[in-house]
Design a protein around this ligand. Structure first.
Ligand SMILES: O=P(O)(O)OC[C@H]1O[C@H](OP(=O)(O)OP(=O)(O)O)[C@H](O)[C@@H]1O
Ligand SMILES: Nc1ncnc2[nH]cnc12
Length: 259
């Protein structure tokens, strides 16, 4: 599983994070087991631990140092190749990673590549709850991807399908420049449609999507792999939590269980 693959095995933070996420059955429509991270936000320790896991990851990649010299000019950018180790998340070659994560039922998804991140991209609305904290901590900029008609400036749009409908993401033109390296943050990946749309949007403006990271992944959505494989950016899906929406041991009040 992701935790053991990525140096988080036995990490005491995982249980607290897992238990702080509520599952609300049949919301927003019958049959959906809604993973509610608002209860995580009420738990200071669990919330901080969640952000810290992301920050630890990117700090280990030296991103805070590079972000300190962040420049919109490509000529001033220091880019390095980062070789992931088992210790710092254990990322392997893309295809292998996808297969492994799906075999174990991935719950924490992280799309990976090998360079320095300049921008954190948050997906409305729940990506905004984690993205800015991570961006501040590692010294990166934060760019919001918003739902339609929310951004006042000129935008580019990308439509996508959701577990319970369809939607559209928009980003200000000029918010990210061609060649810039970005990290996409969201709370959860289900079908992968939202993250795929985010990546496509960023690719259309010439950005390099270094990674996408979510707190929760729903392993029952197998087609997420195919979606990511069709993208230009390097992507993978991994887990550090094991929260199963309708598994035994989870009651109707929405209590989750850890690995
Ligand atoms: O992997 P997917 O199938 O695309 O689903 C995941 C997305 O769904 C949820 O957002 P939602 O669209 O419900 O919007 P919200 O954050 O505004 O509630 C969640 O926060 C992710 O962004
Ligand atoms: N089951 C779920 N819980 C919370 N957010 C979601 N977005 C898509 N599916 C979801």
């Amino acid at each position: 599983m992701f935790a053991s693959e990525n140096g988080l095995r036995g990490d005491p933070r995982l249980k607290g994070i897992s238990e702080a996420i509520r599952v609300v059955p049949h919301f927003p429509k019958p049959g959906i087991m809604f993973q509610d991270i608002t209860t995580l936000l009420l738990d200071h320790k669990a919330f901080k631990d969640t952000v810290d896991i992301f920050v630890d990851r990117y700090r280990d990649m030296g991103i805070s140092v590079v972000a300190g010299t962040l420049s919109l000019s490509l000529s001033h950018t220091h880019t390095h190749t980062h070789t992931h180790t088992e210790k710092d998340f254990g990322f392997r070659e893309f295809t292998i990673r996808i297969i492994i994560s799906h075999l174990v039922g991935a719950r924490f998804f992280l799309l990976s590549a090998h360079c320095v991140i300049w921008y954190i991209i948050g997906v409305e609305a729940r990506g905004f709850m984690f993205g800015p904290s991570i961006a501040l901590a590692i010294g990166a900029k934060f760019v919001p991807l918003r739902k339609p008609k929310k951004l006042p400036g000129e935008v580019i749009s990308e439509q996508y399908e959701l577990e319970y409908g369809s939607d559209c993401l928009e980003m200000h033109i000029g918010a990210v420049q061609p060649g810039e390296h970005v990290l996409v943050i969201d709370d959860l990946v289900a079908t992968g449609g939202t993250l795929s749309a985010a990546i496509k949007l960023l690719e259309r403006v010439g950005a390099e999507v270094v990674e996408c990271a979510c707190v929760i992944g729903l392993p029952e959505f197998k087609d997420v792999m195919e979606l990511f494989m069709n993208l230009r950016s390097m992507c993978t899906c991994c887990q550090f939590l094991h929260l199963t929406a309708n598994a035994p041991g989870q009651d109707a009040t929405g209590q989750c269980r850890a690995n």
